[in-house]
Write a protein that binds this ligand. Sequence first.
Ligand code: SF4
Length: 416
Amino acid sequence: MDIHKKLELLSSAARYDAACASSGSQRTGPGVGAAHPSGICHSWSADGRCISLLKVLQSNHCRFDCAYCTNRASNNHPRASFTPEELADLTLAFYRRNYIEGLFLSSAVSDCADNTMERMLHTLCLLRRKHRFHGYIHLKVIPGASPELMQQAAALADRMSANIELPTRASLNALAPDKEEGAILRALQPVMPDRRLARRDGPLNPAGMSTQMLIGASPEPDLTVLQRAETLYRDQSLKRVYYSAYIPVNKDARLPAHRSSPPLEREHRLYQADWLLRFYRFEVSELLDPATPDLDLTLDPKAAWALRHLEHFPLDVNRAAREELLRIPGIGLRSVQRILTSRRQQTLHAEDLHRLGVVMKRARYFLHDRGRYLGNVPLQEDHLRSALSGAKQARQLDLPFAAPTETSRMALTGEF
Ligand code: SF4
């Protein structure tokens, strides 16, 4: 099979992997490429463009038969594999033509875990050691691979990930019976330096470990999904959990009935809730409970929390503690910092807040200025709900490439 056909097959087979964001890595010294410049430190540019990585499988030959996966063994699809030399040459050629800024390398499990990992590591060794490639590399590791191979992977890749796949062990057993949850969790553990092994490639896995969870292929509510993510952040020190809306590619009685579109709005709300967990000090138990196990699709989770806790509002920005400010819809992390800095020098009024980055059309309902409530509707849940979740906002969710809107800005920056 010629290289172009392989590329077509193996890049197409990799497209369902959401965990391709990059951040936080800087390699130095003589060589080709760099992960730090050209916006590579962030997964999305200001206009929503994903940074360009060659996202490809080393092979789509798989001996496993996961119900939801296009590459599963029981599918009668064309199969191909890159040799390490082919893939290293292809990556460099694309990089030199400025088509890509790095590589996202994954693989189906064509053989035992160690053999599959060794082929991927051979590709990385060629890039890093023979061609002195310093561009960004994200490696999807194979659960079950030996600790020595994980050490090598961590020395060569900027970021590593292993897919947790599904929110619970029961769903993993039902939909991906060849996979073992314990092996996945071990693969997600931070790789610690092994003094017995010579180190030639700088820090281990500098951008950290991430994972991906499939949403909508199994029946768990958002509460279970977010509890799993919270546990992973706490126990595995993960950098990111990615949520991937289930896209039906196989007919299988274990999967939900065919739906016309993937649950993208649910995925979007999960990312927002995840942001609240990581940066706004929320806990899952504050966002959801068994009586309300799913996120509100019409309202972002921070606004939904505020509407359930109107007893905390309205607040005075001049007196509220940092933790209180962070809970006001429309005031993000950077705005909070600016408010804290500015109010040391002056008393802030409503007209100052927009300049500090506060989205007043959301925040006004939760603030007062010298005792004057800034909202134009009563501080009651039903009034605030309709003020905060208009039909216009719901439509904007369907238009991710339209001109930047408040909703798309929130999706990109995570500032609520
Ligand atoms: S192991 Fe499962 S998810 Fe991974 S490529 Fe094979 S069938 Fe697909």
